[in-house]
Design a protein around this ligand. Structure first.
Ligand SMILES: Cc1ncc(C[n+]2csc(CCOP(=O)(O)OP(=O)(O)O)c2C)c(N)n1
Ligand SMILES: [Mg+2]
Length: 737
């Protein structure tokens, strides 16, 4: 192990006195004893958990064995509750160093009600300690990395805009304390295998480009379950591959040596704190206990290889180091270990006695317990438009205009809002704007036009062309209390962000037992009827997201609703997927004057577009104007009165309005633009059949797209997407049934 001594010869007594003050890369002898205590505790918690798993008293185990030295070193060099941490499941020793206790860890292993990390929802070793800024960890390898980048951006943003951190009543800010430090560091760790995830490279790219204080730690134990590092990483060494990223401080170290690791962390953290850029520590560690209790590494690693690893075990190496340096003798080590065992036994006994959570807690924290976006307090009237100076009536505005106006007014009201995404800025080369050489772009649909000009490039900026990058960073920023309102350019390209949208964003609050939340807004241009939009610019697919607990999903059909619902989305304490139909952006249908700076619409309240008595049509989005056209024609031709319901918000949705309507008309069509089978309307149809069966005089019909993608040629597109004629035909059939 690395030591720093002056090597003057000395007598025994003199040596004792001199070495008492000796430090090792700045670590005192007491700190080294402490380091060993934590490393040993970490290993023993693993051992006890393994035993408990074999006794079927806990349900899963994954160990931090072999990774203890690097974890303790990181914990010594960084500051809990000051710096931020996105650890990996092997970071038990890090968490213990930051202040977490074996008892808290064991409560998670047994899934106790008192498990503050997750309330019995997550497997053990999925760390979440709000008091230490250890942010809730999930199981997907690599999804933490972009969030760490966003977290670092959050700290930097609040340092530049400290007044934005102030508490404010009446929206999500009321429930979100912001803390930041000007020289804070965000730690993120991952395994050698996880460096193969695309999100790792996206995170490296942005951290480098923006010179962010992110400290990447690769805990390289040479394996990802059974796959060795040379299969994961070209050339077998991640340090060589990342060496070209600018602004980094790089270290490649023996991760089983806590003193060397500590020195590397101190140097790297200093680089990050000084604002020089990110850090990268590549620590070579070992994995003595197979991947998890579900894996037996003897199936793919011969004894000789495993024995080579065992010779580097950080626990035994540290023991020998302490003895060699005269810091502890064998008795001292035995006493320390005995104390750890005794304390651990108490923690195990307490955890085994801890009552489990009751089933009535399962729905707690799927959504914010503090702010109800369906509240009738959000029901407001549009402000009357200010007439033009010449007394002329104000021309109604498009959905695109009102979304742009709402974004502008909300940004003025709330300095925590930032907007980013592909092409959303007016112009990334700001000097062109300043010199008025260009007008600016502001989004491929111009929805964010002029916002960078008004609010500056700190608050409105382009992302790289990488959707996971957009959403992952937004999650990290929102965790810190910012309100990212990000844009996915086309729904068809949302899929690279799917890991973040499915496994992260909507789960942050629930899986952390309300320890963390990430209420951000994802605006997405969606839908077809574009005449030439074809396969990759026409997709819907909202049901994939309404099928995700924790995610609010909104889909307005007209300008006024878009403005009111977007404002609610921005002020909301939950993550919101805000779907904007491209075809409706500039449609004549549904234009409206700007409804004022405080116009909100509650979520989950449908709008009855026209009242009727003979048939209920339940729809949303671009099918609304088509259904209206069909309904008006049917009334003209046959006097049939259709009640047309625009859901506006898909999760939550307005069951009361649907039920009242169908109970009255006794006939229902559910219409949607997405493919028919398994679509959003299938759920509504099933509920009507289930709960309103006694009211029905006819089967529940669905009208939707054919079960194919949308084609380019307009003749094909028309045949694929539901048209007014299709709706008319279904309406006629159903009233005659
Ligand atoms: C996205 C994703 N794919 C697959 C898995 C299953 N899985 C869990 S851990 C793991 C290997 C991780 O290896 P590495 O990153 O080297 O970390 P180590 O376990 O070696 O510390 C895999 C494949 C997962 N959790 N997430
Ligand atoms: Mg590994």
């Amino acid at each position: 192990m690395a030591t720093k001594t002056d090597s003057k010869p000395a007598g025994v007594a003199e040596e004792k006195i001199r070495s008492a003050g000796k430090t090792y890369e700045g670590l005192s002898r007491e700190q080294l004893i402490d380091a060993y205590r934590i490393m040993y505790t970490s290993r023993r918690v693993d051992d006890r958990e393994i035993l408990l798993k074999r006794q079927q008293k806990i349900f899963f185990q994954i160990s931090g064995a072999g990774h203890e030295a690097v974890g303790v070193a990181a914990g010594f060099a960084l500051k809990p509750g000051y710096d931020w941490f996105y650890p990996y499941y092997r970071d038990r020793a890090l968490c213990l160093t930051l202040g977490a206790t074996p008892h808290e860890m064991l409560l998670m292993a047994v899934g106790a009600a008192a498990d503050r990390q997750s309330g019995g929802r997550q497997m053990p070793s999925h760390w979440s300690f709000p008091k230490f800024n250890v942010v809730t960890q999930s199981s997907p390898t690599g999804s933490q990395i972009l969030q760490a980048v966003g977290c670092a951006e959050g700290g930097r943003y609040f340092a530049a805009h400290p007044q934005a951190a102030k508490k404010s009543e009446g929206d999500y800010r009321q429930f979100k304390d912001v803390k930041f430090q000007r020289d804070e560091v965000t730690y993120v760790s991952l395994g050698d295998g996880a460096t193969s995830e695309g999100e790792f490279w996206e995170a490296m790219n942005t951290a480098s480009n923006r010179k962010l204080p992110v400290l990447f730690v690769i805990e390289d134990n040479g394996y990802a379950i059974s796959v060795p590092v040379e299969v994961q990483t070209a050339g077998g060494n991640i340090s060589r591959l990342v060496a070209g990223f600018p602004n980094f401080h790089f270290e490649e170290i023996d991760g089983t040596d806590p003193v060397a690791c500590y020195a590397a962390f101190v140097r790297t953290a200093a680089h990050c704190r000084a604002g020089e850029g990110p850090g990268f520590i590549h620590a070579h560690v070992i994995r003595p206990y197979s991947h998890s209790l579900s894996d037996d590494e003897r199936l793919y690693r011969p004894d000789a290889e495993r024995n080579r690893d065992a010779a580097r075990d950080p626990i035994t190496r540290m023991q020998m180091f302490l003895i060699r340096e005269g810091i502890l003798d064998e008795n001292g080590i035995n006493r320390l270990e005995k104390q750890v065992e005794d304390d651990l036994q108490v923690a195990v006994d307490q955890a085994l006695d801890a009552p489990p959570p009751t089933p009535d807690t399962i729905e707690l924290y799927v959504y914010s317990p503090n702010l109800d976006p369906t509240s009738s307090a959000l029901q407001t009237e549009p402000a009357s438009p200010v007439p033009a100076a010449d007394g002329k009536k104000v021309a109604p505005k498009t959905m695109a205009d009102l979304i742009n106006g709402t974004l502008r007014d909300e940004m003025r009201r709330d300095e925590r809002i930032v907007i980013f995404g592909e092409d959303v800025a007016d112009c990334s080369r700001e000097q062109y704007l300043k010199e008025k050489l260009i007008k600016g772009k502001g989004g491929v649909f111009k929805l964010t036009y002029g916002l960078q000009n008004d609010f500056g490039c700190d608050r409105v900026f382009n992302s790289p062309l990488a959707e996971a990058n957009i959403v992952g960073r937004a999650v990290g920023m929102a965790t810190r209390g910012m309100k990212p309102v990000v844009e996915i350019q086309f729904f068809d390209y949302i899929w690279p962000a799917m890991m973040q949208l499915r496994d992260e964003l909507p789960l942050i609050r629930w899986r952390s037992n309300n320890g963390f939340s990430s209420p951000c807004v994802i605006r997405v241009a969606i839908g077809g009827y574009l005449t030439g939009g074809a396969i990759y610019h026409s997709q819907c697919g909202e049901s994939i997201f309404t099928h995700t607990p924790g995610m609010r999903v909104v889909f307005p059909s007209n300008a006024l609703d878009a403005a009111g619902l977007l404002r609610t989305a921005i002020r909301c304490d939950d993550p919101v997927l805000f779907l904007e139909h491209k075809r409706l952006y500039r449609e004549t249908f549904g234009r409206a004057p700007y409804p004022g700076t405080d116009y909100t619409i509650p979520f989950g309240k449908a709008k009855v577009v026209q009242a009727g008595t003979d048939l209920s049509v339940i729809t949303y989005g671009a099918v609304v104007p088509r259904a209206l056209q069909a309904a008006q024609k049917l009334e003209r031709e046959q006097g049939v009165k259709v009640e047309l319901i625009d859901l506006r918000c898909l999760n939550p949705f307005d069951w009361e309005t649907i039920a009242a309507s169908v109970s009255k008309t006794n006939r229902a069509i559910v219409a949607y633009e997405d493919t028919l089978s398994w679509g959003y309307g299938a759920e509504i149809a099933a509920r009507i059949a289930d709960q309103l069966f006694d009211h029905l005089d006819a089967p529940v019909r669905r009208v939707a797209a054919k079960d194919t993608f949308v084609a380019y040629q307009p003749i094909l597109e028309d045949a694929i997407l539901p048209q007014a004629e299709d709706l008319l035909r279904a309406m006629k059939e159903l009233v005659e049934y």
